[in-house]
Every structure is written in C-alpha cells, then in structure tokens.
Design a protein around this ligand. Sequence first.
Ligand SMILES: *[C@@H]1O[C@H](CO)[C@@H](O)[C@H](O)[C@H]1NC(C)=O
Length: 364
Amino acid sequence: MSKTAVLAVVLVGILAVPTSAFLPTIIEKFWPQLQERMFGEVATISYTDLLNDNPSVDTPILNSMKTYGFFYVVDVPEYDASVELNYMNRFFDLPEDVKDELSIKKHNPDNQNAYRGYCPGLDDVEATLQYKNVFNIGPHETRGAYQEKNSALEKLRYDCVEANVWPNTEDCDFDKEFKETFQVGFEFRRNVARAAVRSISRALEYPILPSLFAEDEFSAMGLRRYPVRQQINTNMYSDFDGVLLRELEHVDSTVTVLSTFNNSGLQMLYKNQYRDAPVTGDNSFIVNIGKLVDDIIDNKMTSVRHRVVEVPFSRASITYFLGPAFDADISRSMTGHLTEAGHKYGIFGEWIKDYLGAIELFYY
Ligand SMILES: *[C@@H]1O[C@H](CO)[C@@H](O)[C@H](O)[C@H]1NC(C)=O
C-alpha cells in the first residue's frame, strides 16, 4: 500500500469513530496532565484580596509556591501594562546620546549614578551572555548629604540609597509621564511583593518574616529590553537540554515580581522539564521567590529555576526585586538554622556589597 493509501485508511478509521462519545472521556482522562503541563494549576490571586490580607489567598499561594514556585497576581485595578510598555519602548528608542545622560557611571564617567539609571547591553558575541538594555529604578528620589562614614558598612549603607535618575528630553510631557508611570508601577510591585511576604508568613506561621522586609533600601525595578542578537552566541545553548537561550537558566535571590507583557519565551522548570509560563498580558504579574528567601523560610517553598528561550523579536520585560532590609539578619532561617548566605554574611547589607560588585563586573 502506498503512503497515501495508508493515510486514507487511517483517516477513515479516525473519522468513523463516534468522536462525540469519545472526546469527552479522552479530555477528562488527559485534562489533569494537560493542565499541569500548561501550568493551568498555578494560582491566580486577585490583587485586591492579596493587598487586603484576605486569608483566602494563603492556601492557594502556599500550594502554588510549594509545587511550582510561582503564582500570578491578577485584576490589578487601574493598572495597564500596555501603557508601561509604550513608555518603555519610547525610552529605549531615544537616541543613544540622550540615554547616555542617564547611563551608570561605568558607561559614562561623567555621571554619578552607580546603578540606578540606564545600562546599555553590548552585543559582544564572545563575551556577553547577558545582552540586554536595562533602565533601573529604585525607591529613592533623593539622598542625604554625605558625611564622613566611619566604617565600610556605614559607607555602604549610604551608597545603597542612590537617587533615581529620570529622562530629561526635549519632550517635557514624555519626561513627566514616564516618571509618573514608573513611580506608580514601582508602588504596584512593591505592594504585591510585600503582601506576598505577609501571605507566606501567615501560611507558614512565621509571624516575624514581614519585619525582615520592613525597609526596602535596595528594592529595584528593571525595565529590560533584550534586542535580537546579530549573531548566535554559542555560549547561550542550554547545558540542560541544548535549547538556544536569551537569558540563561537561573534561580533568583529575593522576592521577584515580573511582567512579561505579551512576550513568550519565559520557561519555568517543573518536574525536570522547562515549560512555557503564561504571559502576564495587560493586567497581571508573576510572583516568585529566590534562594536567599527560600532559605530564610526553611526551604518550605520552591525557588523556581527559570530561563528565557531565544525568540525572533526584541523582547521587553520588567523585573522587580524586593530584598530584605539592609539590617535584616539573613544568616538564620525562621527556625534558627544557618542559611547558605549565613556562611558568609550576617545582614542583608553585607550581601548587597558583593551583589553591587557583581553589577560593576557584569552590568545586571
Ligand atoms: C497584548 O495583546 C492584546 C491583543 O492583541 C492587546 O490588546 C494588548 O494591548 C497587548 N498588551 C500588551 C501589554 O502588550
């Protein structure tokens, strides 16, 4: 029999089966696996319930964080991610010399800002694993006058409080709206991250956990644009499964609130396989925790390993990281066990020091 004939027989066979009777049973049978594969069981939590400490959110968040290591916050009132995306694109499309006025001093020695502001990505195929442009925003608009600091730690405490820089173009309306949009956007994400910590503290019965996050000197929001690479970087093939990546596989450190807009590419590791995470679209955020925080809560949840696969378009995302306060003790877990960070650091401020050093080396 020819291939066509075989195909015809198979097709007739399939069509002859009374599908109306069969299909529901098949779907019923495979739906749980399908749901799992598509991350359909990852919790979706209403922003308002989360912010209001509605206890009904605690169990879904706990289960989702244990099993998958992330959850979605949805229905954010008066929030439209497409507005943010529009201002982001307009910023990244500004001429390089305009953006350079906001560049971190590593890129523009005339500037004072060390890590808030613009950090251009360099498509250096040999060296650069992280090819992305970032605009970094923190919680401070001003900082106090510098006084002689007696210790390295005091100096660091001062350095951490770096004021934001904002675009100063010929278009005053753009400058004003950009700043307002992302100051408000920062608040949404900080609210989400803090409320997530409160929910985790209730679910795990660790009442002092939120106090570690009472100050957020070093929280950071990064507007990111990953341009399409001119050439394949062969260092970007996954060691895990050979897939070409745009962002390497990694685990975060603190509490992350992520926006992917409509951009595919983000994959989360689940049951030893990377699977596509649904996008956050116009009105939701992804929340996950990193290793430092997971260690503090005695590894009772999952710090999910994730990556971004190579996609044939310029990709935008916004990350927000909420770290513990500068003085928070990160050396002990909630039940008093030495954490991994605790082998090297006492308070979060000491951890930041090495992190900032890494920024100097690798940008972000
Ligand atoms: C996502 O796509 C929808 C449908 O095309 C569109 O209406 C929306 O503005 C997009 N949102 C973002 C954030 O890109």
